[in-house]
Design a protein around this ligand. Structure first.
Ligand code: 5GP
Ligand code: ZN
Length: 118
């Protein structure tokens, strides 16, 4: 599924209809601060086009998925955590605790991150 979903808060952030602390945006993706940060830096990177989750990614989405990863490293560098290290996470489905069903990549950093995650 792609496009715009009326009931989706991240679609509203993408169109500017819902406020967010935006750190980076271009024609494909937006990066903004998570409203409930789990680390000193907790940034979400979303495609402008709605996709429920990684399970909905199709062959034609490969370019935007790759772009999301590259922008994660660009934003990590922008906020000054690229050298010390950071983590990118995509929670997918109920067992991973996905709570917003518009695909998003978490960029976490600014503190030591344990492994494995909970
Ligand atoms: P998930 O649990 O689906 O992987 O992650 C959803 C994330 O979105 C959570 O970390 C949550 O704090 C964040 N979030 C939910 N609603 C909003 C919102 O309206 N604005 C922002 N900036 N983050 C949100
Ligand atoms: Zn959406």
């Amino acid at each position: 599924m792609s496009g715009y979903e009326l009931d989706c808060v991240f679609c509203h952030i993408a169109t500017g209809d819902h406020p967010a602390e935006i750190l980076y945006q271009d024609d494909q993706v937006i990066a903004f601060k998570d409203i409930n940060p789990q680390a000193p830096w907790h940034i979400l990177i979303i495609p402008r086009e709605h996709m429920d989750s990684l399970n909905d990614a199709a062959a034609q989405d490969e370019a935007v998925l790759g772009h999301m990863l590259r922008i994660a490293s660009k934003v990590a560098n922008q906020v000054g955590i690229a050298e010390e290290g950071y983590r990118v996470v995509i929670n997918t489905g109920p067992r991973a605790g996905q709570s917003v069903f518009h695909l998003h990549l978490h960029l976490l950093g600014g503190r030591p991150l344990r492994w494995p995650p909970g």
